[in-house]
Design a protein around this ligand. Sequence first.
Ligand SMILES: *[C@@H]1O[C@H](CO)[C@@H](O)[C@H](O)[C@H]1NC(C)=O
Length: 237
Amino acid sequence: MRMKMKLLLFLCCVLWVSADVLHEDLAIDGCSEFDGEKMYTLDGEEKWYADFKQGKGIDPQPPFVDHTSYPGGYEAAVTNQQICKSNLKTARVVMKDLPPERDPPSSLIIYTRNFVNLGEKNSLICHVSGFYPAPVNVSWTKNGEKVTEGTSINVPFPNKDGSFTQISRLDFIPQQGDIYSCSVEHLALTQPLTRIWEVEKTQAGVGPAVFCGLGLTVGLLGVAAGTFFLIKGNECS
Ligand SMILES: *[C@@H]1O[C@H](CO)[C@@H](O)[C@H](O)[C@H]1NC(C)=O
């Protein structure tokens, strides 16, 4: 009975925390001389952003979630951009010139969205983080040739420390021997940063088999050792 009471109390506490503390709703407004951004996020997920090139709001969430709509959001974002740019101009004049703070990306990782099966549709993800200011340019190559088809990049996402993260993806079909690269350009870099990903290197299909074999061996050894000590123990008593 006591055990049950304690368990209930614990669950209540967890519910309260998750309702009041753990969620983070964020609205981001930003501009530079040449670029701008307006985005709403929930717990680090993009809920909505303004695409100033296409001239509309974009809701990048998958179809199975409840969507939030922002009526008039795009128009408001455009107005905010004008205010932001005029504030930036004023700030530049007042501060003579803004301190040229520039941080190159501190992390650049390339990986695939799904487990690699040759001939099966997949996506390569290039995850760039820790840079300031935004944005970065990301370009892709396949076997040394530039690729633009099937590529996309999300709007800059602000990190807790004020730097930014951007994620670029390339839809592709893995074929034996193909080599892909993603290169990142940023104001603070004199040369693009590049990461390479090879289809061969991942040894498609071999990894799981090796791990499974290894796990099975260790497991059987454990059973053997257990049996040994069980028999030994019985002999002694
Ligand atoms: C990104 O590409 C654009 C267009 O090619 C160029 O004007 C801009 O300078 C590039 N940005 C960086 C950070 O290299």
